[in-house]
Design a protein around this ligand. Structure first.
Ligand SMILES: CC(C)(COP(=O)(O)OP(=O)(O)OC[C@H]1O[C@@H](n2cnc3c(N)ncnc32)[C@H](O)[C@@H]1OP(=O)(O)O)[C@@H](O)C(=O)NCCC(=O)NCCS
Length: 172
């Protein structure tokens, strides 16, 4: 079941927005306009990836490169079409390989809603832990990426913990 990431292009817009706005997902995931997705695809500080499973689009992942602001890599959004089949975990693992390998990020972090237990399970299994920083760090993270929404919290994975978590967690 090979899962791979490839850079999104404007030709992927219909797939990405169709998935994001589908009745199954519209309540559970942030909503962007077409222009916001296109801007993220073109920005040097944003990463917009199509998740492919067996060579077929299966979801997407968006990240912000906040390293210059000492705020690591922020995983803004991950969404897969067919849930519970390992695609999301595998895709995020591939992205973390990039974040801690090619990009040499010191840490990656994200927001998750308190009620989103499936996503929390995926993140914990990959080694993310809840992160409640002091106000100065919280402000830096919020300014570099975005602030934490009501009912959500931050989770963080340090680069030094990635090598340990990815092997056993993905191949128990
Ligand atoms: C979150 C998401 C990306 C995860 O991808 P996925 O392919 O569904 O996840 P996986 O199949 O890799 O793993 C799901 C795990 O969660 C577990 N799980 C499923 N439902 C769960 C629940 N209600 N509570 C806790 N764990 C749950 C599964 O058992 C599985 O664990 P396992 O592999 O140890 O059995 C995907 O479900 C999704 O797109 N959700 C909607 C959007 C979203 O919430 N995105 C994240 C916030 S931006």
């Amino acid at each position: 079941m090979p899962v791979a990431l490839r850079r999104s292009t404007a030709e992927d817009l219909a797939f990405v927005t169709g998935l994001e706005r589908s009745p199954e997902n519209v309540q559970g995931i942030g909503q962007w306009t077409d222009l916001e997705h296109l801007a993220a695809m073109q920005s040097p500080k944003r990463e917009h990836w199509v998740i492919e499973r067996d060579g077929v689009p299966a979801g997407y992942l968006i990240a912000f490169d906040a390293r210059e602001d000492q705020a690591g890599i922020y995983v803004k959004r991950i969404l897969v079409a067919e849930k519970g089949q390992g695609t999301g975990s595998e895709a995020l693992a591939r992205y973390l390989d990039r974040a801690f390998g090619e990009l040499q990020a010191r840490f990656a972090w994200l927001h998750v809603r308190g009620g989103n237990t499936r996503a929390q399970g995926v993140y914990r299994r990959l080694g993310f832990q809840r992160f409640d920083p002091d106000p100065d760090v919280a402000r830096r993270f919020s300014e570099a990426a975005e602030s934490t929404g009501i009912g959500a919290f931050r989770m963080l994975l340090a680069a030094r913990d990635w090598g340990e978590s990815k092997g056993p967690s993905l191949h128990p």
